[in-house]
Design a protein around this ligand. Structure first.
Ligand SMILES: NC(=O)c1ccc[n+]([C@@H]2O[C@H](COP(=O)([O-])OP(=O)(O)OC[C@H]3O[C@@H](n4cnc5c(N)ncnc54)[C@H](O)[C@@H]3O)[C@@H](O)[C@H]2O)c1
Ligand SMILES: [Fe+2]
Length: 379
C-alpha cells in the first residue's frame, strides 16, 4: 500500500507550503494549474504565500479538462525552461494528472512520446517531487498512483499506473475547493463515491482497502448533498472522504464504471464525474451477483435500516436504489445521450471500455456484448 510521504488536512492547510518548501531544500517551483483557477484567484491563494515567503516560481496554466498528450509535452518543455526543482499542482484531477506526467517524463525522458506510459510503465526514477493541492473533492489524484490522459488524435483516454508519480506532499485544504460551482461539486463528489464503491467491490479488495472504502462511502453518502449546497462542515468532510477513498482504490483498482466513463470523456469531453454518476447505479446492478455480502455494507452506509438482516437480494436492491436516489436528487444526468452519446457510437464505446485498464478489476466479467447492452439501456 502506497500513499503520500506527508499529508495535511483542513481549512488553511495551504499555509504550511512555504515552510515545507524551505525544509525540503527546494529552490524554485513550477506551478501546474489551469486558466479558470488562475482567473478566479484560486491559484493565487497558494502563489500569494510563495510571494510573501520570497519563494520563486513559474506558473503553467495551459491544462485543459481531460488533459491531452500535448498538455504534458508543452508542460515538460516549460518546466525545463523554468529551471525549477519542485512541482506544485493546484487544481482538480486535470492539473494534478498533467503535473504527475510532467514530473515523470522529466526524470524518465525515454517516455517523452507519452503514449508509452499507458498501463504500468516501467519507469526507473521517481517523478520530480510534487506538492499536490487539490481544488475539487473528487479524484484524490493527490495521493493515487494513477494519472489519466487523453490521446486526442486516437480519441482515447488512457490510464497510467506508476507508484513513482505519487506526490511527496498532499495539502487537502477544503477552502481551495469552496469556489467550485454546484455542478462541479456534484460531479466530483460522484467521482469520489464511485472510487469508494468500485474500490470496495473490485477484485483486489482486501481488509485494509475495505476500511478506507467503507468509511468513504459512509461519509460521502451523508455529506455530498449538503456539500453541494455549500455547507462548510459537509465540504470539509467531502475533502477528507475523497482522499480516504483514494488511499484505498489507488492500491487495489477500480472497475467497469471507470472503464465505461473514460470513452465518454474521450469521445464527447464528458466531465469525468458526470459520466461516473450516470453509470454507477446501473453498473452496480449488473455487478450485484458477483459481490457476495458487500452490498449489505453499502446499503447500511447509506442508512438503510435492517440492511444486515434482510435477504441478500433485497440488500443488493437497496444499495443500488440508494445510489440511484442520491444521483437523481443531486441532479446529475441519468442518460449517456445527455453527454452526447449516440446509438451509432455504442459499439466503439463498448470496445474502448472493454480494453480500458480499469475493466480488469471489475468483480463480474463483462463481455463487449454486456457493455453494449448497458450502454443501450442508458441512451
Ligand atoms: N489520477 C487519478 O487517480 C484520477 C482519478 C479520477 C479521475 N481522474 C481524472 O481527473 C480529471 C477530472 O478532474 P476533476 O473532476 O477534478 O476536474 P478538472 O480538473 O477537469 O476541472 C474541471 C473544471 O473545474 C474547474 N475547477 C476546478 N476546481 C475549481 C474550483 N475550486 N473552483 C472553480 N472551478 C474549479 C477547472 O478549472 C475546470 O474548468 C479527469 O481527466 C479524470 O479522468 C484522475
Ligand atoms: Fe475517477
Amino acid at each position: 500500500m502506497v500513499w503520500n510521504q506527508t499529508a495535511y488536512f483542513g481549512p488553511d492547510a495551504i499555509e504550511v507550503i512555504p515552510d515545507e518548501l524551505a525544509h525540503r531544500g527546494f529552490g524554485k517551483a513550477f506551478v501546474v494549474s489551469d486558466r479558470v483557477l488562475v482567473d478566479t484567484g484560486v491559484t493565487a491563494r497558494v502563489t500569494d504565500l510563495l510571494d510573501s515567503a520570497g519563494f520563486p516560481y513559474t506558473v503553467y496554466s495551459d491544462v485543459q479538462p481531460n488533459p491531452s498528450i500535448e498538455n504534458v509535452q508543452s508542460g515538460v518543455a516549460a518546466f525545463q525552461a523554468a529551471g525549477a526543482d519542485v512541482l506544485i499542482a493546484i487544481g482538480g484531477g486535470s492539473p494534478q494528472d498533467t503535473c504527475k506526467a510532467i514530473g515523470i517524463v522529466v526524470t524518465n525522458p525515454e517516455f517523452s512520446d507519452i503514449r508509452s506510459l499507458e498501463g504500468v510503465a516501467p519507469t526507473k526514477h521517481p517523478s520530480v517531487p510534487i506538492i499536490a493541492v487539490p481544488t475539487t473533492a473528487g479524484t484524490a489524484s493527490e495521493t493515487t498512483i494513477n494519472y489519466v490522459l487523453t490521446d486526442v488524435e486516437r480519441q482515447r483516454k488512457f490510464v497510467c499506473v506508476d507508484p513513482h508519480d505519487i506526490p511527496v506532499l498532499a495539502v487537502v485544504d477544503p477552502k481551495m475547493m469552496a469556489t467550485a460551482p454546484r455542478a462541479l461539486k456534484v460531479a466530483t463528489g460522484l467521482d469520489a463515491l464511485t472510487h469508494a464503491i468500485e474500490g470496495y467491490v473490485t477484485q483486489g479488495a482486501w481488509e485494509l482497502s475495505d476500511l478506507f472504502h467503507l468509511k468513504a462511502i459512509q461519509v460521502i453518502a451523508g455529506s455530498l448533498a449538503a456539500a453541494a449546497d455549500g455547507d462548510e462542515a459537509a465540504m470539509d468532510r467531502m475533502a477528507l472522504a475523497q482522499y480516504v477513498a483514494g488511499m484505498g482504490y489507488s492500491n487495489v483498482g477500480l472497475g467497469l464504471v471507470h472503464a465505461m466513463a473514460h470513452p465518454l470523456g474521450a469521445f464527447y469531453s464528458a466531465p469525468h464525474g458526470v459520466a461516473n454518476g450516470i453509470l454507477l447505479a446501473p453498473v452496480m446492478a449488473f455487478n450485484a451477483p458477483a459481490t457476495g455480502e458487500k452490498y449489505r455494507d453499502i446499503a447500511a452506509a447509506f442508512g438503510v435500516e435492517g440492511a444486515h438482516v434482510m435477504p441478500i437480494d433485497e440488500a443488493r436492491e437497496a444499495a443500488v436504489s440508494a445510489v440511484a436516489g442520491l444521483t437523481q436528487a443531486l441532479g446529475n444526468p441519468t442518460s449517456i445521450s445527455e453527454v452526447g452519446a449516440t446509438k451509432a457510437d455504442v459499439p466503439a464505446l463498448a470496445k474502448a471500455a472493454f480494453e480500458d485498464v480499469c475493466a480488469g478489476g471489475n468483480p463480474r466479467e463483462a463481455s463487449i456484448a454486456d457493455i453494449e447492452q448497458l450502454l443501450h439501456d442508458l441512451l
